[in-house]
Design a protein around this ligand. Structure first.
Ligand SMILES: NC(=O)C1=CN([C@@H]2O[C@H](COP(=O)(O)OP(=O)(O)OC[C@H]3O[C@@H](n4cnc5c(N)ncnc54)[C@H](O)[C@@H]3O)[C@@H](O)[C@H]2O)C=CC1
Ligand SMILES: O=C(O)CCC(=O)C(=O)O
Length: 391
């Protein structure tokens, strides 16, 4: 059994090394791949080959992947939950400080005093001017966190440790995420309520239809006067024109984000970084290793972990068996129909698992003997079956 994995973007070597070169051909030049491994590459206009079985996003956000189209073709989409959360949390800490203290302007000022060559003259000048760069402390201030998943919960912990009060809003909070959350986080019933109380607002929601322009011209007026908005989630979550208007009117004090826009250039009240929230050695390695391991287990065993469109499924392989996996529309009768096809072909089933998620169902069946050549085609011909593999 051998597989081709096409890579996009800079994938950490430690992740690429997880693929055994005897079984895998891996690289950006692979054609008709079994799987794709990527970071922020936009796949929305990509025409998928018929052989493509899986896409792994080495990261959290999957807005660059056409997940619905993948589901229709039975392509499993993976991400790596939490693998880069610490990197983002640390940059949010930096963003809060950059927004609160005269760090950037003060450093630029000091660097710009190139006409002064005497250090005592320089020290006297800096001492005289430094009041322009005074700021405020984070201690005792209120941080509102929108989205309390992997990153939001880490940001909450960090802010509490800094002595901040933490308000949280997440109407879709999972049970696992709720368990992770420090109990000092004050639950807000609405975004509006959070915006009205927070000195700093940090966004940690996915870029989906429901979060498009979550911060917009209608609600930007609800921020406390002089509040700071921090966006290390995605550009689509914040309407930049609403932010510019609020900054110009003095409602918002600063916007710190990972998503520069042409209109942001030259403004002292906007600090925009080039999407580097997850750009640390550690996060890049964590994401690449997790994505590669998930792909391998799926390609070699049909197991699914951390998919955004398929259910989690893992079944130990019964020794000496051959494995059939298939994806079908989540309607009744399909599994029974497939089992009757197997019975007609005199195939003995040793173990099986069937799980569903939304419109899709996924099945693993271990069979006693190597099946005849016609089995895969016979299963693929069953109504509502979308994709079939023999592993
Ligand atoms: N700047 C960067 O380099 C990075 C950016 N990100 C972005 O951050 C986002 C969040 O990442 P994680 O925390 O790892 O994801 P996560 O899936 O663990 O958490 C997202 C949370 O947002 C909540 N949520 C969804 N819709 C909401 C809404 N309308 N209002 C409030 N909460 C809502 C969910 O219930 C969930 O708890 C990613 O989807 C990605 O877009 C993630 C990693 C790196
Ligand atoms: O791979 C990257 O650098 C971006 C990470 C990111 O935005 C994400 O994980 O959602």
């Amino acid at each position: 059994m051998s597989f081709k994995v096409q890579t996009f973007n800079q994938i950490a070597e430690r992740g690429l090394n997880r693929f055994d070169p005897v079984k895998y051909q891996v690289g950006s030049d692979q054609v008709e791949p079994d799987a794709m491994l990527l970071r922020s590459q936009n796949l929305h206009d990509c025409v998928f080959n018929k052989n493509l079985k899986a896409i792994a996003r080495a990261g959290a956000g999957v807005n660059n992947v056409p997940v619905d189209a993948c589901s229709k073709h039975g392509i499993v989409v993976f991400n790596t939950p939490g693998a880069n959360a610490n990197a983002v949390k640390e940059l949010v800490f930096c963003a809060l400080l950059l927004a609160s203290r005269g760090i950037v302007d003060g450093m630029r000022f000091a660097e710009g005093l190139t006409d002064i060559s005497d250090s005592s003259v320089l020290a006297a000048r800096l001492e005289k001017e430094k009041k322009q760069f005074a700021g405020v402390e984070l201690y005792g201030k209120k941080l509102g966190i929108v989205g309390l998943g992997a990153i939001g919960s880490m940001v909450a912990e960090m802010a509490l440790a800094l002595g901040m009060e933490v308000l949280g809003f997440d109407p879709a909070l999972s049970v696992d995420a709720a368990w992770r959350l420090p109990n000092q986080v004050q639950r807000m019933e609405s975004l509006q309520a959070l915006l009205g109380q927070a000195d700093y607002v940090s966004l940690h929601v996915p870029a989906i239809e429901q979060t498009k322009n979550l911060i917009n011209a209608e609600n930007i007026g609800s921020f406390k006067k002089g509040a700071v908005l921090v966006n290390f989630a995605r550009e689509s979550i914040v309407d930049p024109h609403a932010v510019l208007a609020a900054l110009n009117a003095g409602g918002l004090a600063r916007y710190v984000c990972d998503f520069p826009e042409p209109e942001f250039r030259g403004r002292k009240d906007i600090l925009a970084m080039p999407h580097i929230g997850a750009s640390t050695l550690e996060a890049e390695e964590n994401c690449a290793v997790m994505a590669a391991d998930q792909l391998r287990d799926f390609l070699e065993n049909g197991n699914i972990k951390n998919s955004v469109n398929f259910p989690p499924v893992a079944m130990p392989r019964a020794p000496g068996t051959c494995r059939l996996t298939f994806t079908n529309d989540n309607v009744s009768g399909v599994l029974g129909h497939v089992l009757s096809v197997l019975a007609d072909l005199q195939v003995n089933v040793v173990d099986m698992m069937n799980k569903s998620r939304g419109q899709l169902a996924y099945n693993i069946i271990d069979m006693e003997a190597e099946p005849s050549a016609e089995l895969q085609a016979a299963v693929a011909a069953v109504e509502h079956v979308i994709a079939v593999r023999l592993i």
